[in-house]
Design a binder for this molecule. Structure first.
Ligand SMILES: Nc1nc2c(c(=O)[nH]1)N[C@H]1C(S)=C(S)[C@@H](COP(=O)(O)O)O[C@H]1N2
Ligand SMILES: [Mo]
Length: 493
């Protein structure tokens, strides 16, 4: 081996080659699988989440929201890159010791392939992750070391062309992966005239306030345990009603779509959101009553409770009673459910916290004994009816010099009877205007209050009374474990 060759292979240390190889493994896997569960990052994020202590996942959910998902995603990408890099460095030094240049190439390719194939369960797509790092290592060991009259220049040129190749590969991989990401759900439902009418009525009933969503949310929040949503095709979708039943019931998508459907507004709220957070939204849902279907199976379990399971391995347990007025929903605002909201079918359990509104629903299991759901195993108590809340999101100066404050109030199936506003820190209270109720079992209302502002800053406080005449409790509690409580207040200038 010539001295020149040794110099050339030292020019790019094994660690750097390893990191580049790891990066190309992620890009290659994305190109092969798109943003689906077969993308190598998916099982790794799942693994990080499942092995992190509950306090960590809880605080990510409570405090970070979608930033938490981004953090989880970046950690998973980093882990994959570092893992491949370790494989490259290890096999490179072993290869040097054994004087075998093929070894790092083979070890990197086969090792990456085996890891991705096993974790994603997709042997063929795993080649997308394994071949690029293999090629990077192959190039690094096979690059002929030419006699270099101007070593510095040629070194620079190699770095430049290497960088350009990498950038081109990433861009192409990104473009291919995007096209391979299935575009599921979201298309308009047939026979939408009635739904359009309902949506128009809701728009008319809405208070238009800067800073607060209308009655039908324009941006519906999402909360997912998985970073990458499942891809369930409607042709493959099947719901089974199993467990302690007289007779199992199986339902396919076309069968579901042929059944008499219901259109209804419902509000969802996440138990993990902060008191004045934005994880509460409303949509017009289309679906089929769920309780009848469960009754058809003849449930005879000992606990009158059910476990719902989903394609992302999520599961929740709650009392059978909650199924009253529940829907197997396949439509949202006149469109097929979007992938992010559970395409093709999700459960809607009115008045209960978001966590039992199971998306990508696959199974309803009638249980004999009570059990814990996914979040309850992490200490949450989020299966029950929602707390009463009044949010304060809009604080506006009106052209006539008055102030406008407003937001949404929600109390599940109890409904909202009244919202009161104080502009003096809670000493005196005034009744807010409320929007007309929407058609539905468990729907929020908007509230609005306009007033002549006192000079200087003042404290606005808002509180709701539910349909049973119960005033929202003023005691403040964190969202963990059973939902944030208290009255929202804001200092207004
Ligand atoms: N399969 C599945 N269903 C799920 C979840 C999930 O991670 N997986 N998250 C739950 C939580 S915590 C909430 S708050 C709601 C949110 O519904 P959305 O994403 O449509 O707003 O979905 C629930 N259903
Ligand atoms: Mo949630």
């Amino acid at each position: 081996m010539s001295r020149l060759r040794v110099q050339a292979s030292n020019a790019l240390p094994a660690l750097l080659i390893g990191l580049i190889a790891g990066f190309t493994a992620v890009v290659g896997s994305y190109a092969a699988a798109g943003f689906t569960p077969s993308f190598v990052v998916t099982p790794v994020t799942n693994w990080i989440r499942e092995t992190s202590p509950a306090v960590v996942t809880n605080s990510i959910i409570e405090n970070l929201g979608s930033l938490g998902q981004t953090l989880l995603f970046s950690s998973a990408v980093t882990l994959v890159v570092v893992g491949v890099a370790a494989l490259v460095v290890g096999s490179h030094s072993l290869g040097q010791r054994l004087n075998n240049r093929a070894l790092p190439v083979v070890a990197t390719t086969v090792g990456t392939w085996a890891f991705v194939a096993v974790t994603t369960g997709q042997a063929l797509l795993a080649l997308g992750a394994a071949l690029p790092p293999g090629a990077v290592v192959l190039l690094s060991v096979a690059t002929p070391s030419l006699p270099m009259p101007e070593p510095i220049d040629s070194g620079r040129r190699r770095v430049l062309s290497g960088g350009l190749t990498l950038a081109g590969f990433s861009l192409a991989g990104y473009a291919v992966g995007r096209r391979r990401t299935p575009n599921l759900g979201g298309e308009p439902l047939a026979g939408n005239a009635n739904r359009q009418q309902l949506l128009e009525d809701a728009a008319e009933k809405s208070f238009s306030m800067d800073g607060a969503e209308p009655l039908v949310s324009e941006n519906f929040y999402t909360v997912d345990i998985a970073n990458v949503d499942p891809t369930v095709d409607e042709a493959q979708w099947e719901l089974t009603i199993t467990g302690e039943v007289d007779e199992e019931v199986t339902l396919g998508y076309s069968e579901l779509r042929e059944m008499a459907s219901v259109d209804r507004f419902e509000t969802l709220r996440c138990v993990g959101e902060s008191l004045n957070g934005k994880k509460m939204d409303t949509a017009l849902w289309t679906g089929v009553p769920l309780q009848d279907l469960v009754a058809r199976a003849g449930p005879n379990g000992g606990c009158d409770c059910v476990r719902l399971r989903a394609a992302d391995d999520y599961y929740q347990v709650f009392p059978m009673d909650a199924l009253e007025d529940s829907l197997l929903a396949y439509g949202m605002n006149g469109n097929a459910l979007p992938r992010g909201h559970g395409y093709p079918v999700r459960a809607l359990i009115p008045g209960h916290w978001g966590e039992i509104q199971v998306k990508w629903l696959s199974e309803i299991e009638v249980l004999d004994q009570d059990a814990e759901g996914y979040w309850e195993q992490k200490g949450w108590h989020g299966t029950g009816p929602v707390e009463t809340v009044a949010k304060l999101h809009a604080v506006n100066d009106l052209p006539d010099g008055r102030n406008e404050v407003g937001g949404h109030a929600y109390a599940g199936i109890r409904g909202i009877q009244q919202v009161e506003v104080s502009t003096d820190g809670g000493s005196t209270w005034n009744e807010a205007e409320l929007t007309e109720p929407l058609e539905g079992v468990s729907v929020w209302r908007q509230w609005r209050y306009r007033y002549d502002p006192p000079s200087g800053s003042h404290e606005v406080v808002v509180r709701a009374t539910d349909g049973e005449g119960r005033l929202q409790p003023s005691e403040e509690s964190d969202s963990y474990p059973s939902g944030a409580t208290g009255w929202v207040s804001k200092t207004v200038q």
